[in-house]
Design a protein around this ligand. Structure first.
Ligand code: F6R
Length: 248
């Protein structure tokens, strides 16, 4: 586990985008052997997506041999709803780069059989050869993807009921009205992300400083699911100075 402390959120975004670019560019893709990238949504990775789009436009990076899998999606929100993660990913990232649309996988929160959709997603990841790099974000309560406090640390992709803290944190995207936030989501499990060869978790802001301290300075604990990554052989926590306030 490595902890990279950078000046502010903007530097974190640039650093993370350069790291993703380096990993994609040093990878030798072959037929049926793409670079497989796991991705988060939320406020934190937006700057990284903007930098990756810059690198693509400058001709320094291509996504033609990249397959992506997103961490999660709300249940029951129409795909074209501005707060669906499908909409977010296309609007903020995919439509600006040269990824093959069929290579960008986002869970379908409107599938008629949600457990089958989760199983299909896991199968697709395996068939793609496994995830080379999973980029993640965490909530102030230490959740990674939607693995809320108390989630199993060996969990796989599944339907999850969201914790009140997450509804509270995400209501800002729904006109500050908590009743508009979907109560359930599909999410990759902690075990799903742990299977990636490398994991990079972005943490910015003082409101996440307790979660960062729990993640790296205390024991592995399913009440702070991000702490599981202490036991991953190749995990990077990339944070800004504000997020380190609670570190000893
Ligand atoms: C999003 C996700 C979540 C977010 C977390 C932080 O796909 O999996 O774990 O990363 O809720 O969200 P922001 O970045 O908005 O603080």
């Amino acid at each position: 586990m490595r902890l990279i402390i950078l000046e502010n959120a903007e530097v974190v975004a640039d650093w993370a985008a350069r790291f993703v670019m380096q990993r994609i560019n040093e990878f030798a893709p072959g037929p049926g052997r793409p670079f497989v990238l796991g991705l988060p949504t939320g406020g934190t990775p937006l700057g990284m997506y903007r930098r990756l789009i810059d690198f693509y436009r400058e001709g320094r990076l291509s996504f033609r041999h990249v397959v992506t899998f997103n961490m999660d999606e709300y249940v029951g929100l129409p795909r074209d709803h501005p707060e669906s993660y499908h909409f977010y990913m296309w609007n903020e990232f995919f439509k600006h780069i040269d990824i093959e649309p069929g290579n960008a996988h986002v869970l379908d929160g409107n599938a008629s059989d949600l457990p089958a959709e989760c199983a299909r997603f896991e199968l697709l990841m395996r068939e793609a050869g496994g995830v080379n790099l999973f980029v993640g974000g965490i909530g102030p309560d230490g959740h990674i993807a939607f693995n809320e406090p108390g989630s199993s640390l060996v969990s796989r992709t599944r339907v999850k009921t969201l914790a009140y803290d997450t509804l509270e944190a995400n209501k800002r995207f729904f006109g500050n009205d908590i009743t508009k936030v979907p109560r359930q989501a599909l999410t990759v499990g902690v075990g799903t992300v742990m299977d990636a060869q490398e994991v990079m978790i972005l943490i910015t802001g003082a409101h996440k400083s307790l979660a960062l301290a729990k993640a790296v300075e205390e024991g592995v604990n399913h009440m702070w699911t991000v702490s599981a990554f202490q036991q991953h052989p190749q995990t990077l926590f990339v944070c800004d100075e504000d997020a380190t306030l609670e570190l000893r």
